[in-house]
Design a protein around this ligand. Structure first.
Ligand code: BTN
Length: 247
């Protein structure tokens, strides 16, 4: 994959900019849209994404994952979460870094990065995917009502240069993305995602439409649904936004 950098001083949203290039048919796999300042960053669902100007990574990578069926699109979430986790972990001075289902990156029970993937499906294939990443790097104070944000600087007490970090993340995504083209490696990716899943195998509190309950994450299926075993031993299956972690 050839990376093509598109840098902007300011943008409302890098995901929106990348999606526009897909609608216009002017995109290529490997396009990276990144900006120093994003004032309408999109988060998951209806949320927005806070990022102080010049302090963090806010970017979107365009992929053409024609080897992934729309029904398997959770694999992209796994690829990107693992890549991001690995790069952050390497800069954490030994602190563990985990993936909170489906694709938040957590250090010390706090959210350090978020991923927003927008897929464009054409007939039976994924025509394009916009992989939006917000990684908190040098921002010390957060003003929005985001529940528990944290930055790399909180763990290492010095500023990190943004461009080398961005290049590392893209490089690592490329590694996992190329691995996923091979069926055996695909299974490795799915297993490794489970290995680094936040709260996997430990009793914790969750809430769903029926209220709070104690449960233990046991698995994530290939559609990306979270399996939680409750105190009665029943397995509950959740899609995105159907369950909340009570941290
Ligand atoms: C989340 O809510 O956890 C997902 C956050 C994703 C934020 C990133 S920042 C760069 C890209 N452009 C956007 O508008 N959103 C994503």
């Amino acid at each position: 994959m050839e990376i093509c950098w598109h840098h902007f001083k300011k943008l409302p949203s890098t995901n929106r900019k990348a999606m526009e290039s897909i609608t216009a048919g002017t995109f290529h796999e490997g396009d990276v849209v990144w900006t120093d300042e994003q004032w309408q960053g999109k988060g998951a669902g209806e949320n927005s994404w806070e990022s102080e100007s010049g302090k963090n990574l806010t970017f979107s990578l365009v992929l053409e994952p024609d080897f992934i069926l729309p029904s398997e699109q959770f694999l992209l979430t796994q690829i990107v979460s693992l890549a991001l986790r690995q790069v952050i972990k390497a800069r954490m001075n030994g602190q563990e870094c985990l993936i909170k289902w489906p694709n938040d990156i957590y250090v010390a029970e706090k959210k350090i990065a978020g991923i927003l993937i927008q897929n464009v499906i054409k007939g039976p294939v994924l025509q394009a995917s916009v992989i939006g990443i917000g990684l908190n790097v040098n921002q010390k104070i957060f003003v929005s009502d985001a529940p528990n944000p944290v930055s790399i600087i909180h763990f290492i007490n010095r500023e990190t240069d943004l461009l080398p970090l961005l290049k590392e993340v893209i490089q690592q995504i490329t590694v996992f993305y190329n691995m996923a083209k091979d069926n055996r490696q695909k299974i490795f990716i799915q297993k490794t995602y489970l290995k680094y899943l936040f709260h996997k195998g430990i009793w914790a509190s969750y809430s769903d439409i029926n209220g709070m309950f104690e449960g233990k994450i046991t698995d994530v299926d290939n559609y990306g649904r979270l399996q939680i075993k409750d105190l009665k031993g029943d397995i509950r299956l959740y899609g995105f936004k159907e369950v909340t972690f009570e941290i």
